[in-house]
Design a binder for this molecule. Sequence first.
Ligand SMILES: C[S@@+](CC[C@H](N)C(=O)[O-])C[C@H]1O[C@@H](n2cnc3c(N)ncnc32)[C@H](O)[C@@H]1O
Length: 359
Amino acid sequence: MKVLTSSLYRKLLSLFPHFGKSPAKGSNLNPCHRLLRKYFCYKAGVVTAADLVNYWQGVFEVNEIPEAQASSEYIVSHVLGAKTFQSLNASSISTPLSAKQQEQIQQLCAKRLQRMPVQYVLGEWDFQDLTLKMKPPVFIPRPETEELVSLIVDEECRKRSTSANCKHPQLSPENNGLVILEVGCGSGAIALSLLKKLPHVSEIFIYDNNVERPATASKRLLHLQDRVKILHHDVSSSSWECLLPWGLIDIIISNPPYIFHEDMTQLAAEILRYEDLGALDGGKDGMSVIKQILKLASYILKDGSVFLEVDPRHPEMVENWLCSHPDLLLFVSATHNDFCGKPRFLHIQKHEGENNRRY
Ligand SMILES: C[S@@+](CC[C@H](N)C(=O)[O-])C[C@H]1O[C@@H](n2cnc3c(N)ncnc32)[C@H](O)[C@@H]1O
């Protein structure tokens, strides 16, 4: 047993190089014994979803992979065709898995061991009521951004409820033709969600680099291709003629890169290794793309609004910046907190009576 144990230990070490080096926090069991116990159970042939969730959770913990349990549960559930472990019924959890399923789980978990975000491991992720394609390095939509979408839908609904019967979240057909511009669409999460919730909106994307495939795939899957235009455009470039065919824009939305450059090194390995850092790095003050969006807004915004997701330090900075740029004719009309209570969303509007002055 001693020989077998040490050879197995070596095998585990070769599979998981960090194995044994740093014990899982809060665990009373020696990680070697814990893994061995799970390994024997795994090899016995009768391996259930619950066994594999436990097994891979242990492997992730030993290798210090964040969110070990959630990662393991998502991967096992995905191979079983479910979104979450909780949504599996008792029989799915206890039925022995096929060799193919075990192999698939092993392959996906090996990616997670390389710190690949679970969203990329699965190749898809839910955002509000949509399932979007996820492929590195396209930005993975964050939960706060779901709040940004809800904020915009609520605001649109509120605006129109005085003139029409608003049956939230669907808007009435007379709002046909609302043109929205999203700067930096990533996976298409914001725009596609809004199109689903606001049925008569036309949507335009501006996009700076060549990673639009997931957005394209998602819009096809969701049958939204007729209402989405993807434009390759860097908002920092002074030319915005490509937008002229749509005339003035009703609403501009963006979750721009807003992380202060000096904070970039603090990001998790998952982000630094796999996501496009250009989607996150907002320059020295986190405002380089925000300022470009506001400049663009002063030209192409009708009498509508700009909605931005920002760093909690930004609301005050944006307000000050707009005060020092009165020529842009914009002001912060509201700041909204995210679910952690941090000021995260800005509602910016044009000063009344200034429509079209600069167009
Ligand atoms: C934080 S991500 C947001 C993606 C998506 N809207 C979301 O919320 O999941 C920022 C996006 O802006 C794009 N981006 C960065 N700089 C840009 C620029 N100068 N012009 C246009 N888009 C830009 C990035 O490629 C990235 O897709």
